[in-house]
Design a binder for this molecule. Sequence first.
Ligand code: 2AM
Ligand code: CA
Length: 284
Amino acid sequence: MSDQLNASVVGGKSFTAVAINCASKAGEWIKTKLGNYASLDIKYSSHDLVTEIDKGSERLIKNLVMTHFPHHSFLGEEGVEPGPKASAKALEDKLDAEYLWIVDPIDGTTNFVHGFPFFCVSIALAHKGDVIVGVVYDPVKDELFVAEKGKGAYVHGKRMSVSSEETLRGSLVATGLPADHHYALPVNLKGIAAVAPQVRNLRIAGSAALHMAYVAAGRLSGFWEIGLSSWDLAAGALLIQESGGIVTDTNGKPYDLSVRNVMASNGRIQDELIAALAAANANE
Ligand code: 2AM
Ligand code: CA
């Protein structure tokens, strides 16, 4: 057995199998709670919501991960104080971990709260800061997106590859409307004004991780957003890289876990998208 294989199989369960198990269990549970939850908290602002379902989903995932890998570190959105400073600090504190699970228990909480069926569970495992497993599960469509570093990315068991669009003109591109209305939203609005006239059309569906999975699957040719956190991006970044796409920050710096302003695409339109943001002074 190779060292690589040894490292990723502990107690008979592979990292990827545990990630898939966690995402599908949490996703199925979340789906049963759609339109059926008791409490809603405002986190950072009225645009930043959390329900007891987010917290329950994270507990479920954390318990399962810790049962299999008690010595691994865990970074989940709901274990961190709200706000960009706290999320950057929480990642920094754990970046040295040998194995770090990075979890968004519901990405697209606002959609979940409103019954808009576009949200997912996002689970990544990083080894010494490098994402080696990424799983995104959309329970509404029962779609499981899975990537292992160096081994490709799959949806419904079929290998994914990014779209072949060469130009912005022919591209469907997504972005987000950030919850931070002081800094990130105004920047992204400038980007939207710049990019919208250049692409076939823009989509803003409210889940960064699912948008990233759609870039990996070739359904979107690009996605960017300002002011995200590691748990929004880690799994989706590996999905895209393993599907032949490119993930950088909005200035073109290669993706790592600290990236908050993301630009992801099929690779072919990456430079044009970054240039469009730069020309509008909308890349940070
Ligand atoms: P979330 O649903 O897990 O919070 C929408 O633009 C995207 O931004 C979603 O993926 C959402 O993830 C993410 N996001 C990042 N920071 C956020 C915040 N403070 N409030 C709401 N959504 C946020
Ligand atoms: Ca979330």
